[in-house]
Design a protein around this ligand. Structure first.
Ligand SMILES: NC(=O)c1ccc[n+]([C@@H]2O[C@H](COP(=O)([O-])OP(=O)(O)OC[C@H]3O[C@@H](n4cnc5c(N)ncnc54)[C@H](O)[C@@H]3O)[C@@H](O)[C@H]2O)c1
Ligand SMILES: [Zn+2]
Length: 330
């Protein structure tokens, strides 16, 4: 059966194109590529494991100097490498992007995201990096991929909890840019939905447009941090995954935004319905240590906490007193 593929030209850099469709990876032809593949993806999609490759153990711990060094040593043994093909979620994408940016001062990069989160977020925008001990993304660059290849068939093997993890970012775009529409997100989204491709394309367009406006992450791109100021603190202190923490963070930040007059009541209600329809968590867990949390929330040089409340108000600075009062910890 012939399937439509959509190719999106981006202005993120002169070279990046994004291609999306089902079963499109197997129809690509590469020469002298080096594949960096997530171990769970390699197990579930055995035909990908071919040619020169490196299997990355799944999990955040692989975004390390040790794994980076192992990959670079494997590359050093090869006489000719024309591109790096990163096949996995954000972990493999970030690690491989850093390898591609730094190996011989840069080789072409093809991102093949296999999680919903990496399809709609991590593979787009060029940010890469590895962690140094517990310092997240401490070493990294901004290096744009030549191609982002989104093959929807990877979603068939993605565990449900990982799908939900990405769904939080989908709802974020929906709230911020109405892409996909907040109305659509008020019905449950599943990997087999007939409109899953359309939803992912709309998210990619939303992220691409934010990155194009601010490629070096100097200002506007902070809009994408909606839900992440409180979310980040929850993720690190409450043993929640990123999507769960961002989901709760989005609701709390939208409530704060509505209370302060930055967004309408109907927008807040729309977000609540979208989160509920997709069974996303919305309550701050009991025992959340607000003092510890505040230490982890991003602050500017003057010690103010920076919130992205909407497309228009993406750099609202609040002091500690306001946050404690809002979260009822005063
Ligand atoms: N560069 C950016 O702009 C950016 C943006 C957001 C997040 N990130 C980074 O992305 C990382 C998180 O990415 P993630 O959520 O994709 O997690 P991940 O890469 O850890 O993947 C999640 C899990 O799913 C498994 N998996 C992946 N694809 C699969 C598939 N198709 N079938 C079966 N199993 C599969 C992996 O083995 C892993 O266990 C973090 O390190 C974060 O810092 C980067
Ligand atoms: Zn996020």
């Amino acid at each position: 059966m012939f399937r439509r593929e959509m190719i999106i030209k981006t202005n993120i850099s002169t070279q990046t194109t994004l291609e999306i469709g089902r079963d499109i990876f197997s129809r690509q032809s590469f020469t002298n590529e080096f594949r960096i593949i997530d171990s769970s993806v390699a197990k579930a999609h055995k035909s990908l494991v071919t040619g020169n490759h490196f299997i990355v153990p799944s999990g955040e711990a692989s975004k390390s100097l040790e794994t980076y060094t192992e990959i670079v040593k494997a590359l050093e043994k090869l006489s000719d490498v024309s591109s790096i093909v990163a096949i996995g979620g954000g972990v493999v994408g970030d690690l491989s992007g850093f390898v591609a940016a730094t190996f011989k001062r840069g080789v072409p990069l093809i991102q093949v995201p296999t999680t919903l989160l990496s399809m709609v977020d991590a593979s787009i925008g060029g940010k890469n990096g590895i962690n140094l001990g517990n310092k997240k993304n401490y070493l990294g660059t901004v290096y744009q991929a030549d191609k982002i290849l989104i093959d929807l068939s990877f979603l068939e093997t993605l565990p449900e909890k990982e799908f939900k993890n990405g769904l939080a970012e989908v709802i974020k775009y929906s709230y911020l840019f109405n892409r996909p529409s907040l109305i659509r997100m008020q019905s449950k989204v599943s990997p087999t939905d007939p409109d899953i491709e359309k939803i992912i394309i709309q998210c990619c367009q939303a992220k691409i447009s934010a990155v194009e406006k601010d490629p070096l992450d100097k200002g506007y791109r902070h809009v994408l941090n909606f839900g992440h100021t409180i979310g980040h603190a929850l993720e690190l202190t409450c043993n929640l995954n990123h999507g769960e923490a961002v989901s709760i963070g989005m609701l709390k930040e939208a409530e704060l935004a509505e209370e302060m007059g930055f967004i309408s009541k109907s927008k807040l209600e729309g977000l609540k319905k979208a989160l509920a329809a997709n069974n996303m968590p919305v309550e701050i867990p009991n025992g959340f240590d607000i003092k510890e949390g505040l230490k982890l929330m991003a602050q500017d040089k003057k010690g103010k906490y920076v919130f992205a409340f909407s497309d228009q108000s993406y750099s609202v600075k609040l002091d500690e007193k306001k946050i404690l009062q809002f979260l009822k910890y005063n």
